[in-house]
Design a protein around this ligand. Structure first.
Ligand code: AHR
Length: 552
């Protein structure tokens, strides 16, 4: 039986029958209501018209400094993410450590700043001790979350050494399902204490003299979900997280700790879970997690692409609601501390959510969650990036879930890799979003989506590195049939030149990449925008996501 899918799917079905599932559509905010200063569309032209969109840029007006961890990612012991993905000792493409060199180079070039590991649902049944020490002594386990055989040939030391080779930071997940706070603190001691204690000396026995100094830790995973191994009530989890945090900080006071928030707005306990958890552990943690997966399906969009492309606005609503709960508890506690949010799982995921796609049938490295992404998915991922940027004042860390083979931008086989459509907007965020996030004023025509308020055709976010004067705009055109004129009004400082202009578009929203056709959806260069009189005008094609970078 497929444990994960049947229980999670069953859970969603029951919730929706009982009328408690919050469809993503129901969460899309009205453009008119907007979200105060962060609304992507502050003023709308008349509905149905396609007047030029206008973007007002004032380089003195920023939302927040951009934390690079906003564009992290995630690798779980799931399917072929680790085995056959980043680690494949038998492969001609691997180095002496068994690390796939092509994948390592790809992730190094992307510049992913932080990577969450080892799960996900996997972590809630994982004993980290099974994955350290001599490889021949490590047990072959049944991973009950994904019904998969886990060989434990890749564990904490392999991951942390892989992170060094890639040039990324680890975001370590802890087992607060079957695991205890004592085991969590022992892992911190193993990773971060130099020597002279039981667990630091065990690491040294394992051949690693220097401590890793891992900073960021997740206190469990989706503990509100009945599908989670070790699922418990919010108060029980809050107490356990507080205890784990206290013990971990005795070992290393410098840690940054993230409590498990709600698994998403579809949960019956959405927000109540977060409040009850924080009532117990607010003082001991630094951040709270959010998760969200979107689909162009019955549940989220009704299969309606214009609605699908607006779903990034419901991510913003989820962020606003979760921030409100954090600040409510802060008020109750009269705490000087403001929590930040860790959106540590977000992506499109809706095709591979059941049946064999989520059941490993007790095989090693089975093909699980191998979602094939198309153009419209990439456009929504672009919108989700815009939403994360606009909320950079409270969301300090976020992870595209996941990175390799499992709901991933990078897919591998024995001979190489290819880039899925969603790779491109993610890579542009990593390359071009720098410095501070701009607080833009955007005007756009809007369109009506059934059951929703007016949604802007054009959604824009931007960043500026005050150090080198590089300014980038990220522009989603949700209009499926019409190109839109965009006029940028430079309110205080006009750019001297365009550094680059790239976009993703195409005639077929359902087109995707594959090993046979890896370039079907690929970046295209974009007509260089002209500037005159403090304004820049250009056109964004229908169904497109673009990034333009200027030098001020
Ligand atoms: O990313 C895939 C799964 O989605 C993760 O294991 C879990 O945390 C979430 O439900």
């Amino acid at each position: 039986m497929n444990r994960f899918s049947s229980s999670r799917r069953q859970f969603l079905k029951e919730a929706s029958n009982a009328g408690v599932a919050c469809s993503a559509a129901a969460l899309v905010p009205s453009v008119a209501r907007g979200f105060a200063a962060k609304s992507p569309v502050q003023a709308a032209s008349a509905a149905g018209t396609t007047a030029a969109a206008r973007v007002y840029v004032d380089t003195r007006r920023t939302i927040a400094p951009l934390d690079r961890n906003l564009f992290g990612s995630f690798l779980e012991h799931l399917g072929r993410a680790i085995y056959e993905g980043i680690y494949d000792p038998g492969s001609k493409l691997s180095d002496a450590n068994g690390f796939r060199k092509d994948v390592l180079n790809e992730i190094h070039q992307l510049g992913v700043p932080i990577i969450r590991y080892p799960g996900g649902n996997f972590v809630s049944g994982y004993n980290w001790l099974d994955g350290v020490g001599p490889k021949q002594s490590r047990p072959r386990q049944l991973d009950k979350a994904w019904d998969t055989i886990e060989s434990n040939q890749f564990g904490t030391n392999e991951f942390l050494s892989w992170c060094k080779a890639v040039g990324t930071e680890p975001l370590m997940g802890l087992n607060l399902g079957t695991g205890t706070p004592e085991e969590a603190a022992a892992l911190v001691e193993y990773c971060n204490v130099e020597k002279g204690t039981r667990w630091s000396d065990l690491r040294r026995q394992h051949g690693i003299a220097d401590p890793y100094k891992v900073q960021h830790w997740c206190l469990g995973n989706e503990m509100d979900g009945p599908w989670q191994i070790g699922h418990m009530s919010a108060t029980e989890y809050g107490l356990k997280a507080a205890d784990a945090a206290r013990q971990m900080r005795y070992v290393d006071p410098s840690l940054k700790l993230i409590a498990c928030g709600s698994s998403g707005p579809f949960m019956r306990t959405y927000l109540e879970w977060d409040r009850e958890v924080l009532e117990q552990c607010y003082d001991y943690v630094d951040g709270l997690s959010l998760h969200r997966y979107f689909g162009n399906n019955e549940r989220d969009s009704g299969g309606d692409t214009p609605k699908y492309l607006a779903l990034n606005l419901s991510m913003e609503r989820q962020i606003a609601e979760t921030v409100a709960v954090c600040d409510l508890v802060r008020g109750h506690k009269r705490s000087p501390k403001k929590l930040w949010l860790s959106f540590d799982e977000w992506n499109v995921w809706y095709r591979t959510t059941g049946g064999d796609a989520v059941d490993g049938h007790r095989q090693e490295a089975p093909h699980l969650l191998e979602e094939v992404y198309n153009l419209e998915d990439a456009l929504l991922v672009g919108g989700l990036i815009n939403s994360l940027l606009r909320n950079a004042d409270r969301v300090k860390l976020a992870c595209l879930a996941q990175l390799v083979n499992v709901i991933a931008p990078i897919m591998t086989d024995a001979n190489g890799l290819f880039r899925q459509t969603i790779y491109y907007p993610y890579s542009w965020a990593l390359q071009f979003a720098r410095g501070a996030v701009l607080n833009l004023l955007v005007e756009s025509s809007t369109y009506e989506v059934s059951g929703l308020d007016q949604v802007g055709h054009v959604d824009v976010a931007g960043s500026l590195d005050h150090g080198d004067g590089k300014l980038s705009l990220f522009i989603l055109n949700r209009d499926l049939s019409k190109a839109h004129d965009v006029e940028v009004v430079w309110e205080d400082a006009a750019p001297s030149r365009v550094l680059s202009a790239t976009l993703l578009t195409g005639d077929d929203l359902k087109a995707s990449n594959s090993f046979a056709a890896p370039q079907r959806i690929a970046p295209q260069s974009f007509k260089t925008p002209a500037a005159s009189g403090g304004r820049t005008k250009f056109e964004v094609p229908a169904r497109s996501y673009a990034v333009i970078q200027w030098s001020l």
